[in-house]
Design a protein around this ligand. Structure first.
Ligand SMILES: [Zn+2]
Ligand SMILES: [Zn+2]
Length: 85
């Protein structure tokens, strides 16, 4: 009878993975809480603070523009959908 040796794996380790925020070219290292789908141009992960900053910035603008395709919108919500991670 043979005994199969198994690699030791910590079953919790992979659940403990927290992706970090993509804002500011990935220099923000807070834990990402939201996925922002930019109408197919981009999907990015944002922390609460950076999402709030983006929403505040968009609120102060008459129109905002997608920096990928140049599509214009009057609100952040019109340009992107946000879902919790
Ligand atoms: Zn952030
Ligand atoms: Zn776009």
């Amino acid at each position: 009878m043979r005994i199969l040796r198994r690699k030791h794996r910590d079953p919790i380790a992979h659940l403990d993975f927290h992706p970090t925020c993509d804002a500011h070219n990935g220099t923000c290292d807070r834990v990402a809480k939201y996925v922002v789908h930019l109408h197919g141009c981009e999907n990015s992960l944002l922390c609460e603070t950076c999402l709030a900053d983006d929403l505040e910035w968009a609120d102060g603008m008459p129109t905002i523009e997608c920096y990928h395709c140049g599509r214009e919108a009057e609100s952040f919500q019109e340009l992107a959908t946000v879902s919790p991670l």
